[in-house]
Design a binder for this molecule. Structure first.
Ligand SMILES: Nc1ncnc2c1ncn2[C@@H]1O[C@H](COP(=O)(O)OP(=O)(O)O)[C@@H](O)[C@H]1O
Ligand SMILES: Cc1cn([C@H]2C[C@H](O)[C@@H](COP(=O)(O)O)O2)c(=O)[nH]c1=O
Length: 229
């Protein structure tokens, strides 16, 4: 049975890498995939991974109709055996419905990849609809880590190095970019709630009025005042 599968996780947990691996494994067996993305960091019409791999894709912008695109493609006598869609969090709910229709009516597997929640811990509308409709939700196995060593479950946005909790939901950007105006960092819930990024934790640890250190936190190699965590 064809399936709509939602591969979800934080930023930087290997979603795009997995999308490219699925594409590679299937195409080497002679299958033909249709690859979509929206707002990939590498630019329009690209699906890229931080491991350096990149492939061409169809840019699925606002108003793009996935189902109509597939029907037109197949009606023209061209082939599509499965569908991959990266950065699916950016899609509108009706576009996720179109992906589900591709599974049900065209009987193709659809593999969608995306982050579940935004920098405010709120669901992206596209991810919400995927949670509602997917046959399967897969959380990626290579866990991204918070600076404290715990599993990272949330995405933080920084502006000028400071964590923010207000602003536009969509701002394309990357992790590990301390110099850029807008950056992202993955954190555990505890440190997301306390707005404690790696830089803030280091600054607190170096502060002259440093408080006693929490032994649990310092086991991760970073000294953090107990009052701050
Ligand atoms: N230099 C590197 N060496 C090994 N692995 C790396 C390197 N850079 C990035 N990665 C891996 O790539 C992952 C990010 O992959 P990517 O597919 O771009 O993530 P996502 O699409 O989930 O944001 C990182 O979590 C890490 O495991
Ligand atoms: C948390 C969050 C992220 N984004 C953007 C930043 C990146 O361009 C993508 C995520 O890409 P990745 O391949 O999963 O790293 O989403 C955003 O626009 N708003 C947010 O709140």
């Amino acid at each position: 049975m064809p399936e709509l599968v939602f591969f979800s996780g934080t930023m930087d947990c290997g979603k795009s890498t997995l999308a490219l691996q699925i594409e590679h494994n299937r195409s080497t067996r002679g299958l033909q995939g249709m690859i979509f993305t929206r707002n990939d960091r590498a630019g329009e019409g690209k699906l890229s991974s931080r491991l350096g791999l990149v492939t061409d894709s169809v840019e699925a912008g606002e108003g793009f109709d996935f189902y109509a695109h597939l029907v037109a493609h197949l009606s023209a006598g061209r082939r599509a055996d499965y569908v991959i869609c990266d950065e699916a969090q950016f899609l509108a709910p009706e576009q996720i419905d179109q992906l589900a229709r591709i599974v049900d009516d065209l009987e193709l597997d659809v593999f969608a990849f995306g982050i579940t929640t935004d920098f405010r811990t709120k669901l992206f509308p596209g991810s919400q609809r995927l949670v509602e409709l997917a046959d399967r939700i897969e959380v990626l196995q290579v866990e991204a880590l918070c600076w404290c060593g715990a599993r990272a479950t949330h995405n933080a946005r920084t502006i000028g190095g400071q964590m923010v909790v207000e602003g536009a939901q969509v701002v394309v950007g990357d992790v590990n970019q301390p110099e850029s105006a807008v950056g992202y960092e993955v954190l555990c819930r505890r440190h997301h709630r306390r707005r404690l990024t790696a830089a803030a934790a280091h600054a607190a640890a170096l502060s002259p009025d440093v408080l006693p250190v929490d032994p649990e936190e310092s086991s991760a190699g970073i000294s953090v005042p107990t009052a701050a965590v």
